[in-house]
Design a protein around this ligand. Structure first.
Ligand SMILES: CCCCCCCC/C=C\CCCCC/C=C/C(=O)SCCNC(=O)CCNC(=O)[C@H](O)C(C)(C)COP(=O)(O)OP(=O)(O)OC[C@H]1O[C@@H](n2cnc3c(N)ncnc32)[C@H](O)[C@@H]1OP(=O)(O)O
Ligand code: FAD
Length: 645
């Protein structure tokens, strides 16, 4: 099953080898539990391990393999980030996609060797979503052939970029490019921030950390201001865009080509989110198979809480989602790598499809992942609330994905633009022009679903029902938009009046895509035993997801209430059928205890002994009487007692 999750036996067994290798190297392990460390201690500890990784990487992984590097980072550094997180996640991808060969020679090679540390500085105090209104300006000075970076007011300060505050000495900075008074929109520049020897900020640079956050606190998200800071013309990233010495602007083959680092993260983060969801579910499912509370049959002993249907309903649909997301994530990574290669040859035709797909997936997956992790926390009762479970940290890190790389409700609208265009083609009788991701919009719907009406062993009837729902909502929302426009609203006003409905269409389209990705993967499985278990999980998934959106199919009679009853019964049937495999389904992700960092979710199942040992290790328990008691509480009680006398 691990080979299914990790897209092949080769990587699944490499993960095992890497974990086994690390198990023998205590210097790579956390020196104490992360929740017992201050932020400063965590950053120091992470930097220590990062240095070890850099030194010994070649002995443990193939450094050219992104997945092996990711696994090494998960095991050693963990999810709370590290001082070079953005270096790998965005700085290197930005240089790879946007720097010219010459620039890559100069900077990418140094970045890959870790001679320099970089980040991606785009968001500002006043603007994150609306890139066209960023306020940092890069004005071209023809005389000196330099760009002058400047922060004209406080809202123009770069704010949020990861590892900008303290760790990075370079950044790919996004600024509005002004040449001879003309605004050429957001462009990307390679900018030195700190002296390479002393690490002191360079003259003209104001820089620092933005302070503690909900989670992800090992990362020094930072602020950055420029005071008429000069960089050479050749620091504009020039793989696709160019500015000649005389200030002539050479347009790229696609207007949004320099948004590629964002598309890179959106493509990869689907897998990252699936893994974090699987972390939380591993912890909660294992714990639920140890925790005994209450009886189902009063003549029998107390049961494991995993026997309760409500507990299964709380956890198993999310287990199915984690599988669905990892399968969909593998597809987005493949598409991203393909588009990257095609762009190299000048073919930008798939950029819009990739952008639409990843915008929708990013939004739906992060939202459902956060929901699933929070349910996993609650499934652990009181112990879920303790940081010993580590689920609150996993939640805090994962939920950041709802905001970064484009706020979810904004990114759903990016997909909606694509859907509306497609709906326009359908309306104009040009369905043959629809791309493969939206071809279903042009198909004719049956009048009713055949779920429970015809014996179909596969998933075709479910897929058709999801298609019907997504098609109906897309065409309806587009119609609403067109209707407002026909009545005289501008497109922008009409758009704003239709966005709740448009975003619903985007979610339904994305949920359909996730179901289809799951079906595609299960159909490929050759081993009959694995196929059976995955088919059960997929059955659970389609029934659960369909119930969740059933209102759309009930309102036009596509599904009847008796079909809904059938879907419910199927859901309950598959909850019970999956129960014996539940622990194996989470164990199949093969997370080591080191990687999970959860006292509650350890493989040995010794929950109570482990919790007690953890509590005893708490720094508060080093002494029996705390200084705060000596200083305040004792005098308080003493004076209360004295006044009573
Ligand atoms: C290997 C194993 C697995 C590894 C897993 C690793 C996981 C790693 C995970 C986590 C890492 C954590 C790191 C987090 C770091 C976070 C970083 C950041 O947050 S960086 C900042 C991100 N900021 C944003 O995302 C801003 C969001 N805003 C935008 O993107 C844009 O402003 C916009 C909303 C897209 C709007 O842009 P704009 O105003 O310029 O355009 P529009 O007018 O709306 O649209 C015009 C047309 O352009 C099309 N478009 C827009 N973007 C793109 C694109 N990227 N590609 C192609 N086309 C694009 C848009 O669709 C419009 O098209 P038409 O409708 O006109 O045809
Ligand atoms: C953990 C974390 C890491 C980050 N790392 C980086 C980084 O490395 N580099 C970097 O540059 N940035 C980074 N960011 C910033 C991040 O990309 C932005 O915060 C994000 O893109 C959202 O933009 P915003 O903050 O401007 O939100 P806003 O746009 O202000 O959103 C506020 C509200 O307004 C709504 N809204 C905004 N515009 C519209 C619209 N057009 N239509 C309808 N509703 C709208 C949103 O839906 C939301 O409800 C990070 C953020 C976080 C949380």
């Amino acid at each position: 099953m691990a080979a299914q999750i990790y897209s092949g036996e080769k990587y699944a067994s490499r993960r095992r080898e890497i974990s086994a290798n690390l198990a023998k190297r205590p210097e790579f392990h956390d020196s104490k539990p992360l929740p017992f460390m201050t932020r400063e201690e965590k950053i120091l500890e992470s930097s220590r391990k990062l240095t070890l990784i850099s030194k010994h990487m070649n002995e443990i992984i193939d450094p050219s393999d992104k997945r092996e590097l990711y696994h090494l980072n998960c095991e050693v550094l963990g999810i709370e980030g590290n001082p070079m997180a953005l270096h790998g996640d965005m700085f290197i991808p930005a240089l790879t996609a946007q720097a010219s060969d010459e620039q890559q020679e100069k900077w990418l090679s140094r970045a890959l060797r870790r001679e320099i540390i970089g980040t991606y500085a785009q968001t500002e105090l006043g603007h994150g979503t609306n890139l066209r209104k960023l306020e940092t300006i890069a004005t071209y000075d023809v005389d000196t052939q330099e760009f002058v970076l400047h922060t004209p007011q406080i809202t123009a300060l770069k704010w949020w970029p990861g590892n900008l505050g303290k760790s990075s000495n370079y950044a790919v900075v996004v600024a509005l490019m002004i040449i001879k008074g003309k605004n050429y929109g957001p462009q990307t520049f390679m900018v030195p921030l700190r002296d390479e020897k002393t690490h002191q900020p360079l003259k003209g640079i104001t820089i620092g950390d933005i302070g503690p956050k909900l989670a992800y606190n090992i990362v020094d998200n930072g602020f950055l201001g420029f005071d008429h800071y000069r960089i050479p013309r050749t620091n504009l990233l020039m793989r696709h865009t160019r500015v000649e010495p005389d200030g002539t602007f050479v347009k790229p083959p696609h207007a949004k080509i320099n948004y590629s680092a964002m598309v890179h993260v959106r493509s990869y983060m689907i897998t990252g989110q699936a893994i974090m969801l699987a972390y939380a579910l591993t912890i909660a499912t294992r714990y639920s198979s140890v925790r005994r509370q209450g009886q189902i049959d009063t003549t029998q002993p107390e049961v494991k809480v995993l026997e309760y249907q409500t507990q299964q309903h709380r956890l198993f649909p999310s287990i199915a989602r984690a599988y669905a997301f990892v399968f969909a994530g593998a597809e987005t990574v493949r598409l991203y790598e393909r588009v990257l290669q095609e762009v190299e040859t000048g073919n930008v035709s798939l950029m819009a499809d990739l952008h639409a797909l990843t915008s929708g997936l990013k939004s739906v997956v992060t939202h459902q992942t956060a929901q699933g992790i929070e349910q996993a926390r609650m499934a652990c009762g009181g112990h879920g609330y303790s940081q010993a479970s580590y689920i609150s940290e996993i939640f805090g890190v994962a939920v950041g994905g709802c905001t970064y790389e484009g706020e979810n409700l904004v990114m759903l609208q990016q997909l909606a633009r694509y859907l509306v265009k497609s709906a326009g083609l359908v309306q104009a009788g040009q369905s043959s022009k629809l791309g493969p991701l939206v071809a279903y919009l042009g198909a004719k719907s049956d009048s009713t679903s055949l779920i429970d009406r015809t014996p179909t062993p596969g998933f075709a009837e479910y897929v058709k029902t999801f298609q019907h729902i997504a098609r109906k909502q897309t065409l309806k929302a587009a119609q609403k938009l067109f209707g407002f426009m026909e009545k005289g609203d501008t497109r922008e006003v009409a758009w704003n009046k239709s966005t709740v409905e448009l975003n619903r269409a985007s979610r339904l389209h994305t949920r359909l895509y996730i179901v289809e990705a799951f079906v595609r993967r299960v159909e490929e499985v050759a081993d009959p035993r694995l196929k059976e278990v995955l088919t059960d999980l997929l059955r659970l998934h389609v029934n659960y997801e369909l119930l969740d959106v059933a209102a759309y199919a009930l309102e036009d009679g596509f599904l009847s209430s008796s079909q809904l009853d059938y879907i419910r019964e199927q859901l309950y049937f598959y909850l019970a059928k999956i129960r014996p495999n539940a622990v194996s389904l989470v164990d199949s992700w093969e997370f080591s205890d080191r990687e999970l960092r959860s006292v509650l979710g350890r493989r040995d199942g010794n929950v109570y002994e482990n919790l007690f040992a953890w509590a005893k290790a708490s720094p508060l328990n080093k002494t029996d009487v705390l200084p705060s008691v000596d200083k305040y509480l004792k005098p308080l009680m003493e004076s209360a007692r004295a006044s009573k006398l």
